[in-house]
Design a protein around this ligand. Structure first.
Ligand SMILES: Cc1cc2nc3c(=O)[nH]c(=O)nc-3n(C[C@H](O)[C@H](O)[C@H](O)COP(=O)(O)OP(=O)(O)OC[C@H]3O[C@@H](n4cnc5c(N)ncnc54)[C@H](O)[C@@H]3O)c2cc1C
Length: 459
């Protein structure tokens, strides 16, 4: 019966759609339905891979004609499992992956199925970059539509700060360009809440020149002094230095003395994107935070940080994830982190800090839908586990850990959220931005066709 239904959806779509259609009985279906977070195991009614924006418009109309919930996927890394679903029409953009570079203008158009690693390799061939996150297999569309905090966030801002325009198919089937001059309200909304407003089919980015970087990890014991000083020391660094300290229980690492086994340590991962000699000077205060147990910082090409493709392919994890913007890592927070990471039976979680400021903080708060630009750091709790049977318990544990972290001004980051519900989505925006988003959602998607995301309900 289900297959009969699917066959009818597919045959109705067939003549109008030029891309690939993958039905549940196709050999490719099982691979095609899977997403990065293995805890999310769903069965779409039909998977379609469009070739261009016209195909996307056909699929958007088709889903509405048949009353099928529509799900959009770019790189498939949504931690809340938003890019798949049971019984849905899954619009998988992975067949659209051209990058068109204009080195003279210093801009590039990327199709929505391009991955961050693919894009970075393509633009670095011309000596340019656009800031994405820290992982090559994440989709440029997904990361950008939620903001984009990565290795160049202090030097060049978030991914949305380099976004010049998008081509987008809205719920009414119209293909539009949104930029600072065309449809500026829509352009404001896609920079931080993009998945709610349509299917973005192409993104135009500004390119920044970049040669080799200094990158690697300084391994430090997680003493109270080290932890307290991370945010102020990293905030005071030049914009060319972005750091992501990760606090975790000491792994098998020959650099770690026996006395620290089972205790928290800090992998202080850094990228310096300025001149190498100035980099050594800028790194000195970081190396003085404690007594480093190892230091792997070395010059390397930037794309080395973004291997193209999916390095975890075939070896994926169930992931629970929570986020919180903070101003300081105070003793109350440090106490919760120490206790949670070391409590008996705790899953193997990591706490990553991304220290912000720099170019990200210089953009006015209301310039984009994302608005938490004054916050000093982003705290990311991640509990990855290869044992899928522990996924539900890990999710509850991660949520409880997050709830214990004191937050005077609760603010979360869309891209690092799990599937946490409407109230949590509200905390992803300042109140005035959230109200404006609801109003714009009412204008561009009144029936909430695009709801498989961190959803904003139409006003
Ligand atoms: C290993 C890992 C590392 C990460 N590192 C970073 C990081 O360094 N910095 C950071 O900011 N984030 C990071 N993230 C989070 C990541 O940015 C988000 O999960 C992002 O949404 C993933 O984008 P995607 O295209 O891969 O995912 P998808 O699951 O395909 O999409 C995510 C959401 O966006 C929607 N969407 C995707 N494409 C479109 C489109 N073209 N039009 C409309 N809606 C669309 C989907 O429907 C879904 O709701 C990381 C995630 C993982 C798993």
């Amino acid at each position: 019966m289900v297959l009969e239904e699917t066959a009818r959806y597919a045959s109705d779509l067939g003549p109008r759609f030029r891309g690939r259609v993958i039905a549940p009985d196709a050999a490719a279906y099982d691979r095609a339905r899977r997403v990065h977070n293995e805890a999310v195991d769903r069965h779409p009614a039909l998977i379609v891979r469009p070739t261009d924006a016209d195909d996307v418009a056909v699929a958007v109309a088709h889903a509405q004609e048949w009353g099928l919930p529509l799900v959009v996927r770019a790189g498939g890394h949504s931690m809340g499992g938003h890019s798949t679903g049971d019984g849905v029409l899954l619009l998988d953009l992975s067949s659209m992956h051209d990058v068109e570079i204009d080195p003279v203008e210093g801009t590039a158009w990327a199709d929505a199925g391009v991955l961050a690693g693919e894009y970075t390799n393509a633009t670095q061939a011309h000596g340019f970059v656009t800031p994405f996150g820290d992982t090559g297999s994440v989709g440029v569309a997904g990361i950008t539509l939620g903001g984009g905090v990565g290795w160049l966030v202090r030097k060049h801002g978030m991914s949305i700060d380099s976004l010049l325009a998008v081509e987008i198919v809205t719920a009414d089937g119209r293909r539009r360009i949104a930029s600072a001059v065309e449809d500026p309200d829509l352009f404001w909304a896609v920079r931080g809440a993009g998945a709610n407003f349509g299917v973005v089919t192409r993104l135009q980015f500004r390119l920044h020149p970049l040669g080799d970087v200094l990158a690697g990890d300084i391994l430090l014991p997680a003493t109270r002094d080290v932890l307290r000083n991370l945010v102020p020391v990293l905030l005071a660094a030049p914009d060319e230095l972005t750091a992501m300290p990760t606090i975790m229980l000491a792994p098998e690492d020959p650099a770690i003395p026996d006395a620290l086994r089972g205790r928290p340590v800090v992998y202080l991962s850094v990228v310096w994107s300025g001149p190498p000699d100035a980099g050594e000077r800028a790194l000195a205060p970081l190396r003085a935070l404690g007594t480093p147990m190892s230091d792997t910082i070395a010059a390397k090409p930037y794309p080395d940080l973004f291997p193209a493709g999916d390095p975890d392919d075939g070896q994926k994890w169930a992931i629970s994830s929570r986020a919180l913007f903070i101003d300081t890592l105070d003793d109350a927070m440090i106490g919760v982190i120490e206790r949670r990471l070391t409590e008996p039976g705790a899953p193997h979680a990591v706490v990553q800090l991304r220290v912000l400021g720099g170019a990200m903080a210089r953009v006015p708060r209301d310039a984009t839908a994302f608005g938490w630009r004054d916050r000093h750091a982003l705290l990311w709790l991640i509990t990855p586990d290869k044992d899928l049977a522990r996924a539900a318990a890990n999710e509850a544990w991660t949520a409880a850990f997050r709830a214990e972290l004191p937050a005077d001004r609760p603010a979360t980051y869309l891209n690092f959220m799990g599937d946490e519900g409407a109230d949590a989505v509200r905390d992803a925006y300042p109140a005035s931005s959230y109200a404006r988003l609801r109003e714009l959602k009412g204008r561009y998607d009144p029936d909430n066709v695009f709801r498989a995301n961190h959803n904003i309900r139409p006003a």
